[in-house]
Design a protein. Structure first.
Ligand SMILES: Nc1nc2c(ncn2[C@@H]2O[C@H](COP(=O)(O)OP(=O)(O)OP(=O)(O)O)[C@@H](O)[C@H]2O)c(=O)[nH]1
Length: 596
């Protein structure tokens, strides 16, 4: 154990985590120059995704240090996006240390601050690394000042590097072995292994990435999954180098993969503890918080025939994605589909893209909504993930929405703009702190406002300089109503949304106006209305027009005609027939694009 070092890299997106990791792998001889290039130059998206999958797990590298000893460095990757911050804490709990990578030209960003606190709370040694010092705009002293002022971490011995040129990266390796402690033995002699991640592999079945805390695992061992009480026999095990390498055992302090003929990822729950069935540990390791889907949306196949295929695809995706939730949903307007729960908007986009690309499904996604709590007059509390399911008004005592605490880091110039934005989003200010060259603004904001277009707006009002991180805080009651959309007099349940009373009319008007531009003209007038209960709050009309795409072609060019027709067919794919009207995907998401 003395020669093992387990570490993670904490970095904001684009600060150079992957580049630094690649350099470290290269320096330790994990991949040859040619293989590195193959990885970097590979432009096939699926292959690239595989590359990412490898990186998303762990790499075990031998490093012969200046002291002449060969150390085993285990690098456990963490995703950088705010949607996946729970994954960061689970990767960190398998490590004794972390590198905090800060782009020396950009400075500290909010996401890294939150993750860095998680690391410090978990007792990790954090080594600050200032990257991109080859850039003329890099300012090492300023970046150091920010790390100290914003995070409160001593940055005097931060390591300046260029992951791109490789300059000084060897110093990072030396710091890892000298500053990060080796794994500590635990006060038990029984096996305790933490499941960091589990995924489904087409050849191996369920593979789990584990950190052995105490004891050792060998093929053939009977393992007990402590939360489920089930036992499984270990098939194979080993480490990633980053190629998958089989080994005869995984010992205390090590991080590696195991297979144990487990049917799906729920059989090897992330955060669970594995022990030996014949000689079990007294108690499990502290696990992780379970993930709660925060954003829900309906997914409907464009063609009803695709419903079974969609179910199958979701089942398969869930094998690898324990955070994905779904249950059948039927909508008057949309037919049969699924109500799906996601960690956030990025997670939702990834799932939708995979369903369309890997499973060749044409889908309509309805507007995402957060989960509300509804206190009913009979005293029960229901959790509402679908506005269409809101009980009738007389049965409702109060509707509560989720509130998050958002922490924003920005250069001083943009404070005014950001405060205006937060106030507009119904935010309540908690604090403003001036830290070196940046300002930390903390607001309580309804999650519903954050998932709309908050990130994009924040970036645009700060010219890309502000960054933010948020976490769930509480549910809070407010004057909410359901706005319905009627197309030619019929309510389209999939378009209903819960809105704050004060914003309801403006949102309704904007929505109706936007939908007017998105719904193609048909052979008859289409009336679009927004209503609260029986009261119509806005209305617009898509005028009838007979659309004839060929009219533009003046007869002559046959191939051009064919192209146009094909294009029109393509465009049709993502339309859903609702009553007599065809509604395109964009119209279902129009609610996301409201200006204010
Ligand atoms: N000039 C310079 N550019 C760098 C350096 N390190 C990384 N980059 C560039 O910065 C960009 C982001 O680097 P990545 O390694 O992909 O960053 P990341 O943090 O892994 O980003 P995500 O994978 O999106 O989280 C890339 O265009 C890199 O080429 C460096 O030391 N100097």
């Amino acid at each position: 154990m003395e020669l093992i070092r387990n570490f993670s890299i904490i970095a904001h997106i684009d600060h150079g985590k992957s580049t630094l990791a690649d350099r470290i792998i290269q320096l330790c001889g994990g991949l040859s120059e040619r293989e590195m290039e193959a990885q970097v130059l590979d432009n096939n998206p699926i292959e690239r995704e595989r590359g990412i999958t490898i990186k998303a797990q762990s790499v075990s590298l031998p490093y012969t240090a200046r002291d002449g000893k060969t150390y085993q460095l285990n690098f456990i990757d963490t995703p950088g996006h705010v949607d996946f911050s729970y994954e960061v804490s689970r990767s960190l709990s398998a490590c004794e240390g972390a590198l905090l990578v800060v782009d020396a030209a950009q400075g500290v960003e909010a996401q890294s601050v939150a993750n860095c606190y998680t690391a410090i709370e978990q007792g990790l040694e954090v080594i600050p690394v200032l990257n991109k010092i080859d850039l003329p705009t890099a300012d090492i002293e300023k970046a150091k000042g920010e790390i100290e002022a914003v995070i409160g971490l001593d940055a005097s011995d931060a390591i300046p590097v260029s992951a791109k040129t490789g300059q000084n990266v060897i110093e990072v390796l030396e710091a890892i072995i000298h500053r990060i402690p080796p794994p500590r033995p635990r006060d038990t002699d029984k096996l305790q292994a933490l499941i960091i991640d589990s995924w489904f592999d087409n050849y191996l079945g369920v593979v789990s990435l584990v950190r052995v805390m105490q004891g050792e695992i060998k093929p053939g061992d009977k393992l007990l999954v402590m939360s489920t009480g089930r036992t499984h026999e270990v098939g194979e095990l080993g480490v990633f180098t980053p190629k998958r390498k089989k080994l005869a055992k995984l010992g205390a302090g090590e991080v590696g993969w195991i297979t144990a003929s487990i049917k799906d990822v729920h059989g090897a729950p992330v955060g669970d503890t594995l022990t030996l069935a014949g000689k079990p540990a007294e108690k499990p390791l502290p696990g992780f918080q379970t993930m709660q889907p925060r954003v829900f949306a309906g997914l409907f196949p464009v063609s009803a025939d695709d419903y079974p295929a969609l179910r199958e695809a979701l089942d398969k995706l869930r094998l690898n994605d324990a955070a994905l939730f779904f249950e059948p949903e039927s909508s008057e307007a949309m037919g049969f589909g699924f109500r799906c729960g996601f960690l956030g908007m990025l997670h939702m986009e990834i799932v939708q893209e995979r369903l369309e690309r890997e499973y060749d499904l044409d889908l309509i996604t309805t507007a995402p909504t957060v989960v509300y709590e509804v206190l009913k007059t009979d005293g029960t509390v229901m959790s509402l993930d679908n506005p269409a399911k809101l009980p009738p008004v007389p049965q409702i005592d109060e509707i509560r929405e989720p509130i998050v605490v958002a922490s924003i880091l920005t250069p001083q110039d943009y404070i005014g703009n950001i405060i205006t934005l937060c106030e507009e989003k119904r935010g309540v200010q908690r604090s403003i702190q001036y830290l070196a060259t940046q300002v930390q603004i903390t607001y309580e904001i309804p999650l519903a406002e954050v998932v709309l277009d908050f990130f994009d707006r924040l970036k645009s009002v700060s010219r890309g300089y502000a960054s933010m991180d948020y976490h769930f805080d509480r549910f809070e009651a407010g004057p909410f109503v359901r706005t319905d959309v009627l197309i030619n007099g019929d309510r389209v349940d999939a378009l209903s949304l819960i809105v704050h009373r004060v914003h309801a009319e403006r949102r309704g008007r904007e929505l109706v106006e936007r939908m007017k531009d998105l719904i193609p003209r048909q052979q008859f007038d289409v009336a679009i209305q927004a209503a609260i209960g029986a009261q119509i709050i806005a209305r617009s009309t898509v005028k009838a027009l007979r659309k004839n795409v060929l009219a533009k072609c003046y007869g002559g060019d046959v191939s051009r005609k064919k192209k146009l027709l094909e294009k029109q067919k393509e465009g049709k794919k993502r339309m859903k027939q609702v009553g007599r009207v065809e509604i395109p995907q964009e119209a279902f998401l129009a609610v996301l694009k409201v200006d204010k």
